[in-house]
Structures are given as structure tokens and as C-alpha cells.
Design a binder for this molecule. Structure first.
Ligand SMILES: Cc1ncc(C[n+]2csc(CCOP(=O)(O)OP(=O)(O)O)c2C)c(N)n1
Ligand SMILES: [Mg+2]
Length: 278
């Protein structure tokens, strides 16, 4: 089992550039998919897989002692695939088969076809419940693995999420960390215009969670939040990561409400790749 840790921050930054490149390239090549959703989570998955957080073994993806990362916002699949390829679960070349007929890299992650995918997600609101299953199983089996779940802020409106939040708090699941990718937008507009979440920290605390809010694009803040999460005992932890939908590609950042689920054209992709600088 490895716990990959890049030697210095610039190595992590270099990984974020490659992941952004792969997200943009694979979705344009597919002609569909969710680049803006994937771009907001890049620093978080980079630190999870390369900042010494997750314990995993690409040659034994189902090792019972591994830590679990569940992408509940399954439409962020291009971002998940990019980091799994970077980690070595499969080749980076395969990313360009995204959404193509016969490819295991479906529009939403399929745990039965892609090594490293922990849960088949895409129907929003389910990942935290699945994560709770793993967290409880760790207790029952006497294992020390940890479970990380990432969900969207729009997704956080779902009823099932709050039932799961209540359960995890009541059971003090301290091996469970929820990351909320708070990029401010859902499919049809701004979260604050549709179903505001605030006071989000207070709500989670009322359900007996420990909570921390961070800048989800600061590699050091993300790393610090995971250090903190592992130090908490007796309660599940929520990391509210303030992010920018489409981060790193100015066209997407400027129009987050319009670009949900839309890939860049080839011309826009070329500009984006220059901007990303991978
Ligand atoms: C149960 C369910 N309802 C609706 C959808 C359609 N849908 C796909 S993405 C999305 C918006 C999600 O927004 P958010 O959770 O904020 O994720 P972001 O793309 O901003 O990271 C919706 C409504 C879905 N996938 N599942
Ligand atoms: Mg969102």
C-alpha cells in the first residue's frame, strides 16, 4: 500500500496542470461531459492521491485495507479518471476514450469497469450513504482504513444527504470525511438562488460533525484540512471547500452558469491548454 507524497509543492502544482489538461482534452474529444465540474475539484484530488493522504495500491485496487475515495458527484468523472490515470490505475492515453462506445470510461464512473473507482455514482445524493457503509464496515471488521466522500454543493440540497449526515454524526464515524466542493453553481444556476445552504457550517455542527472551511484551490489549505480531519476523534469531519467552477480556464470561470455539462470546442480547448500550461 502506498501513500504517495510528492517531494515538494511544485510537484503537486505540476500534477494539477496535467489533470486540468487531461480534463479539457478528454471532454473535448468526447464531445460531451463536465469539464467545469471536474476543474473545481483538481487540487482536492491531487492532495488526496499525491499529498500523502490516501493509502492505495494500484496493483491491488480492492485491497481490503485501502482508504476509499468516493466521488459522489459522479458527473465529475473526467476529473476522477484523470487522477486515477496519473496515479497509475490505467494509462493516460486511455483518457481519450472517454464516453466512446465500448470504453470503460463511461460518462459516470462504473466501479465494475474501472480500477480505483469505489462506487458507481451519478445519481446525485448517494455517495455519502455509500461511504457510511464502508466506514461502518471498517468498525465491524476492526480495520483502520479511512473513507473520503466528495459531493457537490447543489448535490448537498438532496434529502438523502441529510439523513446520511444525521446517521454519521449520531454514530460518531470519525473514519469518515466529507468534502463539499462549494463552487457556487449547480446545473441550472447559482446554488444561492435555488436552495441556499447557509449557515452550512452550523447545520453540519448541529448534526454533530466537526467542520472546517477552506480555499479548495490552495494546495496547502487542502493538505492542512486533511491533516486536521485525520486528527479528529469521535466525530465525522466535513471540509467545506470554497472553489471556482471551471477553475483554471477563464472562459468557464466567467460563465459558470452557462457551461455546466458542456465541453469546450477544439478552438476553445487549444486556448484553455495554453492557459493551463501543462
Ligand atoms: C438525483 C439526480 N438528480 C439530478 C441529476 C442531474 N444533475 C447532474 S449534475 C447536476 C448539478 C449538480 O450540481 P453540483 O452538485 O453543485 O455539482 P457541480 O457540477 O457544481 O460540481 C444535476 C442536477 C442527477 N445527476 N442526479
Ligand atoms: Mg456546484
Amino acid at each position: 500500500m502506498v501513500q504517495a507524497r510528492a517531494e515538494d509543492p511544485s510537484a503537486l502544482e505540476e500534477i494539477t496542470r496535467r489533470l486540468r489538461r487531461d480534463i479539457v482534452t478528454s471532454t473535448t474529444s468526447a464531445g460531451s461531459g463536465h469539464p467545469s465540474t471536474s476543474l473545481s475539484m483538481v487540487e482536492i484530488v491531487t492532495v488526496l492521491y499525491f499529498g500523502g493522504v490516501l493509502r492505495y495500491d494500484t496493483s491491488a485496487p480492492r485491497d481490503p485495507g485501502r482508504d476509499r475515495f468516493i466521488l459522489s458527484k459522479g458527473h465529475g468523472a473526467p476529473g476522477l479518471y484523470a487522477v486515477l490515470a496519473e496515479a497509475g490505475y490505467f494509462s493516460v492515453d486511455e483518457l481519450n476514450t472517454l464516453r466512446k462506445l465500448g470504453s470503460p470510461l463511461e460518462g459516470h464512473p462504473n466501479m465494475n469497469r474501472v480500477p480505483g473507482v469505489e462506487a458507481s455514482t451519478g445519481s446525485l445524493g448517494q455517495g455519502l450513504s455509500i461511504g457510511i457503509g464502508h466506514a461502518v464496515a471498517a468498525r465491524v471488521d476492526g480495520r483502520d482504513y479511512r473513507v473520503y466522500v466528495m459531493q457537490g454543493d447543489g448535490e448537498t440540497e438532496q434529502g438523502q444527504v441529510w439523513e446520511a449526515v444525521m446517521y454519521a454524526g449520531n454514530h460518531g464515524l470519525d473514519n469518515l470525511t466529507l468534502i463539499i466542493d462549494r463552487n457556487g453553481y449547480q446545473q441550472t444556476g447559482a446554488v444561492d438562488d435555488i436552495q441556499p445552504l447557509d449557515p452550512l457550517e452550523d447545520k453540519l455542527r448541529a448534526f454533530l460533525w466537526e467542520v472546517r472551511t477552506i480555499d479548495g484551490h490552495s494546495l496547502s489549505e487542502v493538505a492542512g484540512a486533511f491533516d486536521w480531519a485525520r486528527s479528529v476523534s469521535g466525530s465525522p469531519q466535513a471540509i467545506i471547500a470554497n472553489t471556482v467552477k471551471g477553475k483554471g480556464v477563464s472562459l468557464l470561470e466567467a460563465t459558470p452558469g452557462k457551461f455546466h455539462g458542456k465541453p469546450l470546442t477544439e478552438g476553445q480547448r487549444d486556448d484553455a491548454l495554453e492557459e493551463v500550461g501543462a
